[in-house]
Design a protein around this ligand. Structure first.
Ligand code: HCA
Ligand code: CU
Length: 429
């Protein structure tokens, strides 16, 4: 972005809650991509995920600094092209580079055309001893001179500084660093790198940072080692944090971080509508499905915005929900896209979403190769769709009539065992 670009950050009015999505950075560090499925996000996966995030209403996307590898540099260009293509439709989305406080990282991000830098430097005793070996004054000195230089030479860049492992950093140490750095950046982060924070410690931390740095926005990044990433993010937001890092399905190192759709869903349930401005909540389930299909798995049953939460097994439950969904469904999940019509079916649907739809929603028997063939036919037909047709109808016609797909055989004892309520239902409350 050129300094005189019309998209200067100084002209952007941040919303009450800004999600910084890091699916393509923190999420790319999930073991799910490496250990279990031996699968990596390729460039078209990344472009597709970035597109979905922008359409969902995310305004800040974190990516690796291109210094990481030549491939990351090329992938950044592809993601940037997607962002640029969507500007007229969705407005501007800021692309932020996750970067060490190191001139190589910074230079690679600036050269590539990033809008901002998410700089980090470990501040805990553990990071100081075992990672970079600097003491607090060394950290301050390095970070400050780098930031002063960036501000002077590239005043248009959005800057964030995070003390990595902030929750294992003594508050006095954190203050020593942030007292010097806060005046130089737009946001200070307080990442819970190893997942030790609790709602109580988060509220305490956010309150003390807010009172010491009232003019600097706060950003959170909570790992889920204790299963607290979601509740910690909610607590941080309620204590006055404006920026929270999330990923789709919460993927990230170890047990991951806060799930984007889970966070927004909870704010909705608690009627904090002012914080949901500009997010396309109906796109929540489709974006979860998109990512799950990239990981070759289903949206996990523990995910709040999941089909599982509209699936009923117990006989008593089934009878009751068929009469009235509200008996065993308290939340308006159809507004989060857990409904048949909201699965992202259209000319841009990838084969994996089509595979998911036909297999998991329609119980048709098919393999991945067939799903890919059907996708080609679907793409060629869906452009000619008439107003009284839907993409789902066209797809089913192709699957059942052209490809003669059959319903999965469900053995007798299990027939009727599952009831999925995918029709719309009135909002409660
Ligand atoms: C990492 C660690 C990090 C950084 C978070 C941040 C963490 O993978 O580099 O930059 O705020 O959890 O501390 O993800
Ligand atoms: Cu992290």
């Amino acid at each position: 972005m050129a300094p005189d670009s019309p998209y200067q950050f100084s002209l952007y009015v941040p919303r009450a809650l800004e999600v910084i999505d890091t699916t393509l950075r923190e999420g790319a560090q999930t073991s799910l991509l490496y250990d279990h499925h031996k699968h990596f996000f390729n460039q078209s996966d990344k472009a597709e995920i970035a597109r979905a995030l922008i359409i969902y209403g995310v305004k800040f996307i974190e990516l690796f600094a291109p210094v990481v590898s030549p491939q990351e540099a090329e992938d950044f260009a592809a993601i940037q092209a997607v962002r640029d293509e969507l500007i007229t439709q969705k407005g501007y989305t800021f692309l932020l580079a996750h970067a060490r406080c190191h001139p190589d990282d910074v230079e690679s991000a600036i050269d590539a055309g990033f809008d901002g830098l998410n700089l980090y430097f470990g501040t805990s005793i553990q990071s100081r001893m075992s990672s970079h070996g600097q003491d607090i004054s060394g950290i301050v000195q390095r970070a400050r001179s780098l930031l002063e230089q960036i501000r002077r030479d590239y005043p248009h860049l959005i800057l964030r500084f995070s003390g990595e492992d902030a929750f294992r950093t003594a508050e006095t140490d954190l203050f020593r660093v942030y007292d010097e750095i806060a005046p130089l950046v737009h946001r200070i982060g307080t990442p819970d790198t190893v997942g030790i924070a609790t709602p109580v410690s988060v509220a305490q931390r956010v309150n003390s940072l807010r009172s010491r740095y009232p003019d600097t926005d706060l950003e959170g990044h909570f790992h889920d080692d204790r299963g607290f990433a979601l509740i910690n993010s909610l607590e941080a937001i309620r204590s006055g944090m404006r920026y929270v890092q999330t990923s789709v399905l919460g993927i990230g190192e170890r047990s991951g971080i806060t799930s984007m759709t889970a966070l927004l869903f909870n704010l909705f349930v608690d009627r904090e509508y002012d914080r949901l401005d500009g997010y396309n909540l109906r796109g929540s389930y489709p974006i979860n499905v998109l990512l799950a299909s990239k990981l070759h798995k289903l949206v996990q049953s523990k995910e709040p915005v999941s089909l599982t939460n509209r699936t009923h097994i117990g006989g008593v439950h089934q009878k009751a929900v068929l009469n009235d969904h509200a008996t065993y469904e308290a939340h308006p999940l159809d507004q989060f896209g857990v409904s048949e019509s909201e699965i992202l079916l259209g000319p841009l649907s990838g084969w994996n979403v089509i595979h998911y739809f036909l297999k998991e929603i329609k119980y048709l028997e098919l393999d991945e190769t067939t799903a890919k063939e059907i996708t080609q036919v679907f793409k060629s037909r869906v452009y000619g769709m008439t107003p009284d047709e839907s993409p789902a109808e066209i797809l089913m016609d192709i699957a059942v009539n052209d490809f003669k797909l059959r319903q999965l055989e469900i053995t007798k004892p299990y027939q009727g065992a599952v009831v999925q309520r995918l029709d719309s239902r009135p909002q409660i409350g």
